[in-house]
Design a protein around this ligand. Structure first.
Ligand SMILES: NC(=O)C1=CN([C@@H]2O[C@H](COP(=O)(O)OP(=O)(O)OC[C@H]3O[C@@H](n4cnc5c(N)ncnc54)[C@H](O)[C@@H]3O)[C@@H](O)[C@H]2O)C=CC1
Ligand SMILES: [Mg+2]
Ligand SMILES: [Mg+2]
Ligand SMILES: [Mg+2]
Ligand SMILES: [Zn+2]
Length: 444
């Protein structure tokens, strides 16, 4: 008997005896044993089903075992369980493949999280974007709020309450008259204040917000404005210092402005473009350009979908986090990656995890999303369950990836002195994915 056959025999014997520990141990050393069949074409799962070993069958299932495999008589493990009267095991095997891994996913019936960049204090009123007259009246109103940007950085000042917090400078019509008429200014209509709108549904009472992006020399501009104001230097972590209200507005404004800065010319023919729909469209000026026929998505602000996922260990007690080289020392976060064309979210999660960590993923579950305006990502937050556990990182993308226990995540969350890693900041959806997983355990 070869070494391989001997190993398989030992594995099948453990299944016949219902020895869960031996099964787990052997699988952790050689996963390919999982669906292999012995002399009579019987797999380990069939043997647990034959002998009524419920827990051992669960161990095999939680490792991602294939329930559709048949023996030489064409019976599946479920058929075997029914034949020998083990109804509870038959029921276990009736559930869809991956059912047991699926049970490890946290519940999703929660409120939408109020995380950074996600708050919507403005009603975008897209139907007004082409109403030139109305826009002109809003531009002239003394109530209207103008946010100033230079090179995608908002004009801000230090917050009064907390030193680390910064506030958007909300300029009034009188302060931006010159900018409004300058050809070096780009204007985007952001919407109207929702709160104000509720109090007063008269059109003239609406407080409109605009973003103005200027190419003028910022030092010159600042001279005659509030001396304590400044253009925020680094988007990361600078934008994380905004209040939740301000962050939501910046997410919208910065993404649209970033699109303008990258799509100045028509991506279809390279021609000049003109800005329309209050900053929400760029139309090619070259007659006959293909982008003028039908709906061309390059004419509208772009969003890049990115999946971000907390990978759960099949034992349900650990999760995988990774480190990029650019992260602050000690910080570990969820893996993430751009969705590729022609890919579902689930496929993108499986591919990115496999690429970056070598781990294979089974069930995937969406939780919630976050706008991430660096420059225009939509973070799609998911939990997923791994079916393999050996980590082999892609050094180009990730410096290190590790499994962390719930306790280790808890310690990091409360910044306990025993913490072995630093959590991603509370403003990132990665933080929320971790917190949600921890919160779902009633024992903690
Ligand atoms: N809010 C949060 O908690 C987090 C947000 N993020 C954001 O998600 C983004 C994507 O995550 P990564 O791990 O960097 O993605 P990734 O794992 O797909 O790798 C990025 C690399 O892939 C290439 N790439 C492929 N498609 C691309 C596309 N459509 N646009 C740009 N580059 C593309 C580039 O070479 C890039 O350097 C980050 O840039 C970051 O802004 C990332 C982690 C946490
Ligand atoms: Mg990647
Ligand atoms: Mg990545
Ligand atoms: Mg990628
Ligand atoms: Zn064109």
């Amino acid at each position: 008997m070869s070494v391989r056959d001997e190993l398989l025999q030992r594995f099948l014997d453990a299944a016949s005896r219902g020895d869960e520990e031996a099964l787990s141990l052997m699988l952790s050393q050689s996963r390919e044993l999982l669906d292999q069949r012995g002399e009579q074409g019987w797999s380990a799962l069939m043997l647990t089903a034959r002998n009524g070993h419920y827990d051992a069958a669960r161990v095999l299932l939680s490792n991602g075992c294939d329930t559709s495999v048949t023996n030489r008589s064409g019976q599946t493990a479920r058929d075997v369980a029914l034949f020998w009267g083990h109804r509870h095991i038959a029921r276990l095997l009736t559930s869809s493949p991956g059912h047991h891994l699926r049970q490890l996913l946290p519940s999703t019936d929660t409120e939408e999280p109020d995380i950074h960049f996600n708050r919507e204090i403005l009603d975008r009123m897209s139907d007004r974007r082409s109403d030139g007259e109305w826009l002109a009246s809003r531009r002239a109103s003394p109530e209207t709020v103008f946010l100033l940007f230079h090179a995608l950085s908002p004009l801000v000042r230090s917050g009064a309450e907390r030193e680390e917090q910064i506030k958007l400078c909300k300029l009034r019509s009188a302060a931006v008259q010159e900018l409004l008429t300058s050809s070096r200014t780009l204007e985007v209509f952001l919407g109207v204040d929702k709160q104000q709108q509720q109090q007063d549904d008269d059109d003239d009472g609406m407080v409109a917000w605009f973003a103005l992006s200027t190419e003028d020399d910022p030092t010159q501009l600042l001279k005659d404005k509030d001396p304590s104001s400044f253009f925020l230097q680094e988007a990361m972590p600078g934008l994380l210092r905004l209040s939740d209200d301000d962050a939501g507005v910046v997410a919208q404004a910065r993404s649209v402005l970033a699109w303008h800065s990258r799509y100045r010319f028509c991506p279809t023919c390279g021609g000049d473009t003109k800005v329309e729909e209050a900053g929400y469209k760029r139309t090619c000026l070259r007659a006959g350009c293909r982008s003028l026929q039908g709906v061309h998505n390059t004419c509208y602000p772009r969003v890049d979908p990115v999946v971000i996922m907390l990978v759960l260990h099949p034992d349900g007690k650990q999760c995988m986090l990774g480190r990029k080289k650019i992260f602050p020392p000690g910080m570990f976060s969820c893996l993430a990656g751009f969705v590729e064309p022609g890919e579902t979210l689930e496929a993108a999660v499986r591919r990115e995890v496999q690429e970056e960590s070598g781990v294979q993923v089974g069930p995937v579950q969406y939780l919630s999303s976050q706008a991430w305006p660096m420059p225009s990502c939509l973070m799609i937050g998911c939990h997923c369950v791994a079916v393999t556990t050996d980590i082999k990182v892609d050094q180009n993308e990730i410096e290190e990836a590790r499994w962390f226990t719930r306790q280790q995540v808890m310690d990091a969350l409360v910044k306990d002195k025993r913490a072995v890693f630093i959590m991603p900041p509370r403003q990132a959806i990665a933080h929320y994915l971790l917190k949600h997983w921890i919160g779902c355990n009633a024992n903690l």
